[in-house]
Design a protein around this ligand. Structure first.
Ligand code: C2E
Ligand code: MG
Ligand code: MG
Ligand code: MG
Length: 293
């Protein structure tokens, strides 16, 4: 009855300021995310990128998680969109790079010849300060640029291709590796492949997952491997979940496989144990000998 007595305008005001749990939750999450960054609650897990030919792991991908004090370990899709919308993506990416390069330095000191891949978002690639930040962090942690790979998605390149293009060129000039993530899900694939100085294509897992069951997916995987190789690029298949898929990828000449078949993303200490036991050994049946790198 109280509500019915209100004017429409009152209801709009009440809706915005008090009654929208969504917007409230959003503000609370935003505050909490800012605090989480300051308190170091954002942690990276690492997933092996396994060389198909010899089963060796020469690279890992850093994937951010939020170790929330009460809600547990939160996946990136629960907080990255918010970070992107609220200006927190820059500090988040710098925190991920700082943490990852610190780990990489330690791993290299342990004699592990690894490179690490870090994901960039749309706003990162429109941030002309990013190349300078990356350069500074590489120096701080005394890691060679070639040991860092930056994964960028196709959507990034469509947002503002001139500006993103100049940021990409500046990153390239530092000597870091560049990878196109989720390849095949965007629109302008061929035009930017013509111009962009990248080293790697990561074929999206939607194509990979179906390649043993669906001849059309198989044709896409096979021809993307050929396209990558024709351009002098490495082809990584993401989302490899079973040995049948791995064997199919091997037959097509795919260079690197990443997915739950080999390992889920792991905390740094668990990744070290994984590398010690599986790191130089091929996954799946049919290969008796592993090449130790
Ligand atoms: P992505 O870069 O394409 O990362 C691969 C995602 O697929 C990861 O999800 C990984 O856990 C998952 N995955 C790996 N293997 C398999 C598999 O065999 N099957 C299936 N179903 N999934 C698999 P995650 O960690 O939830 O990350 C999701 C996305 O969030 C990433 O997709 C990336 O776009 C973004 N992201 C993660 N960490 C960062 C970061 O530090 N910065 C930025 N900007 N984005 C990040
Ligand atoms: Mg990625
Ligand atoms: Mg991906
Ligand atoms: Mg993906």
């Amino acid at each position: 009855a109280m509500y019915r007595a209100k004017t429409a305008r009152d209801r709009v005001a009440r809706y915005r300021v008090e009654d929208d749990p969504h917007s409230r939750a959003r503000l609370q999450t935003l505050e909490a995310l800012r605090d989480a960054l300051a308190r170091g609650e954002l942690v990276c897990h690492f997933q092996p990128k396994v060389t198909v030919a010899d089963g060796a792991t020469r690279s890992v991908e850093a994937l951010v998680r939020w170790q929330h004090p009460t809600r547990g370990l939160l996946a990136p899709d629960t907080f990255l969109p918010l970070a992107e919308q609220t200006g927190l993506m820059r500090p988040l990416t710098l925190a991920v790079l700082d943490q990852t390069l610190r780990r990489l330095r330690a791993w290299r000191a342990q004699g592990r010849d690894l490179t690490v891949a870090v994901n960039l978002s749309v706003t990162n690639l429109l941030d002309t300060d990013l190349p300078g930040d990356v350069d500074r962090l590489l120096r701080t942690h005394d890691v060679p640029a070639a040991a860092l790979v930056l994964e960028i998605t196709e959507s990034v390149l469509m947002a503002d291709s001139r500006r993103a293009g100049s940021v990409v060129a500046a990153l390239r000039a530092l000597g870091v590796g560049l990878s196109i993530d989720d390849y095949g899900t965007g629109y302008s694939s061929l035009s930017y492949l013509q111009d962009l100085p990248v080293d790697e294509l990561k074929l999206d897992r939607t194509f990979v997952a179906r390649c043993t069951a669906d001849p059309r997916s198989a044709a896409i995987v096979r021809s993307t491997v050929d396209l990558a190789h024709s351009l002098g690029l490495r082809l990584v298949a993401e989302g490899v979940e079973d040995t049948a898929t791995l064997e199919r990828l091997r037959a097509y000449g795919c260079d690197v496989a990443q997915g739950f078949l080999h390992s889920r993303p792991l905390p740094a200490d668990e990744l070290e144990r994984w590398l010690d036991t599986h790191g130089a050994r091929p996954a799946g049946p049919g290969r008796a000998t592993a090449q130790v790198p």
